[in-house]
Design a protein around this ligand. Structure first.
Ligand code: ATP
Length: 215
């Protein structure tokens, strides 16, 4: 059965690093769809300017509009209180049934802190995890899987077929095209008055400009 990709993130703003991650993992593991799930309450918020939940959702929609494989799910934005990946995965698993393979897409820097997530060990009963190794991830570059909590080591597989033969439970890493960009650096560039063209799709760049975001 074809697997469905689920891609959670703050997307403040969405950029080509996110879109390449989704595209490359979708192709490598033959995902039928990748559903972008903007987070309701970001885990970390600095002192710099941020976009609202509605604006982040609008930018995701603009970025994915021309790719039939991409979809967006706004459930975390509608949820009152804290949003946890565990809750989102539980809901989607209940809606889609027990058999469909679900693959949660995540960058290696984010995944290194997975043991701090709410009910993290139970998440692996709900989905697989495909971890994109980020070029700028010093922790992974020096330690490899040793950068991750040891509880997850037995779940790591090199065999992509295990992502479709089982509904959940495996972790696979993926070396994506290095794109050392982040939403943080884009926000800083806007603040400095630098151009952010070619870091995110043109409609997103235009949206940021016309809504005077991050300035
Ligand atoms: P911020 O700079 O605000 O922390 P971010 O650019 O890391 O944001 P998020 O929305 O927090 O973006 O990221 C969503 C997911 O995408 C995370 O799992 C993150 O690791 C991954 N990701 C973000 N940028 C890249 C990139 N350039 N290459 C690979 N993965 C990325």
């Amino acid at each position: 059965m074809a697997a469905i990709g689920l891609f959670g993130g703050t997307f403040d703003p969405i950029h080509f690093g996110h879109l390449r991650l989704a595209t490359e993992i979708a192709e490598a593991f033959r995902l039928e769809k990748v559903v972008f799930i903007p987070a309701g309450l970001p885990y970390h918020r600095g002192r710099d300017a941020h976009a609202s939940a509605e604006q982040r959702l609008a930018m995701v929609k603009l970025a994915i509009q021309r790719d039939a494989r991409f979809d967006v799910d706004n459930r975390e934005l509608e949820r009152a209180g804290p949003t946890y990946t565990f809750d989102t995965l539980s809901e989607i698993r209940a809606e889609r049934g027990p058999d469909v393979p679900l693959v949660f897409l995540v960058g290696s820097d984010t995944f290194a802190k997975v043991n701090e997530w709410h009910r993290w060990t139970e998440m692996f009963e709900l989905a697989h995890f495909a971890v994109a190794i980020r070029a700028d991830d010093a922790e992974w570059n020096s330690k490899g899987p040793g950068a991750y909590p040891k509880e997850i080591w037995p779940r790591i597989t090199l065999n992509a077929r295990e992502l479709t033969s089982e509904p959940a439970g495996k972790i696979i890493t993926f070396a994506m095209t290095p794109l050392a960009m982040s939403s943080t650096s884009i926000r800083a560039q806007v603040k400095d008055g630098s151009s952010i063209r070619y870091l995110s799709p043109d409609p997103v760049v235009e949206y940021i400009r016309s809504h005077k975001l991050y300035a």
